[in-house]
Design a protein around this ligand. Sequence first.
Ligand SMILES: *Cc1c(COP(=O)(O)O)cnc(C)c1O
Length: 384
Amino acid sequence: MNTYKLDTKMIHAGIVPDALTGAIMTPIYQTSTFVQVCPGQPQDYNYSRSANPTRKALEDALASLENGTQALAFSSGVAAIDAVIRLLESGDEVIASDKIYGGSYRLFTTIYQKFGIRFHFVNLNDPDEVNAHINPATKLIWAESPSNPLLTITDLVALTTLAKKNNLLLCVDNTFASPYLQNPIDFGADIIVHSATKYLGGHSDVLLGALVLKEEELYKKLHAIQNSCGAVPGPQDCFLVLRGIKTLHLRMQRHCENAEKIARFLHQHPLVEKVFWCGFEDHPGFELAKRQMRGFGGVVSFTLAEADVQKVFRFLSLVKLFSVAEGLGGVESLINHPATMSHSSLPAEQKLKIGIADNLIRLSIGVEHADDLIQDLGLAFEQL
Ligand SMILES: *Cc1c(COP(=O)(O)O)cnc(C)c1O
């Protein structure tokens, strides 16, 4: 399968016609347990927490799309992140990007810190800052590129070199890029995390997470964690993500095209202070994005000129095609106020440090016609 192009893998990876019926779509094996045909003999499926055929098809597809060898699906993106941290022991330390997803920050600081795991939140593009936090207890580097919501790009090759030199695991949250735009294992990452709730699922109808691995040992450890802790997705949710993946390439192309048009529209608008889109040549991550990614993604953020929170809320109420909602990566366009929504769990000084200003707005650009989306934003600006 790995000799095929990505677009072909989207359709065929992990998919085997059903042996019993020939069904071309992977059946939803809605069963908790499997009859043991020859008691005492090993068989592929015994109990759905350990393995389920619909989940297996999805895991095989994800491993192939990310150029890994194995994958594990979880009940949410956060459950997948949680499984990685369970590899660690009390006393271990993690160096994480200071711009990670708010839910990862919350999990690390409110749940795992009290079990004696230490997290340092640093600028991963500053090797001196990273090096300053490496000590014998350090086990893991946690990156996310592009980051949410300002699309900061992390140099994955430089980070791999640093991780290898210090014998650390490198985990990359690849949710924003999706496997269509970026494959961190190609740059040397050990673990890829996905919230498949976003682009992989793509239709805002399922919550699911995944890990993609390249080494058998790490896979075995994480599979044992998955089976012991039990945060597995149901077969119907696996089916929905498998179905979503079949159009990932088509959707991502349109997400990227629309995002570019909207970024350029916002850029010239007098009521916009600054636009964050890593396809602009003056974006600090532009060169890295061109090197690491095959497109600039479907998220665009911007600050509203001279706006307080009330003015931002008025803007949110004026757009019609963009729905005010958490989340991203679906076919429909969404608008979000990071300071009070996606990043509300961050302490004020952390928000300030990473640039989550009160007048910042994040758009998840859907696959509607770009002209309609631009008109919708334009009318909202006029009425503001
Ligand atoms: C949404 C998201 C997650 C968490 O995923 P859930 O499926 O909501 O649990 C993790 N990382 C990033 C970058 C996300 O956007």
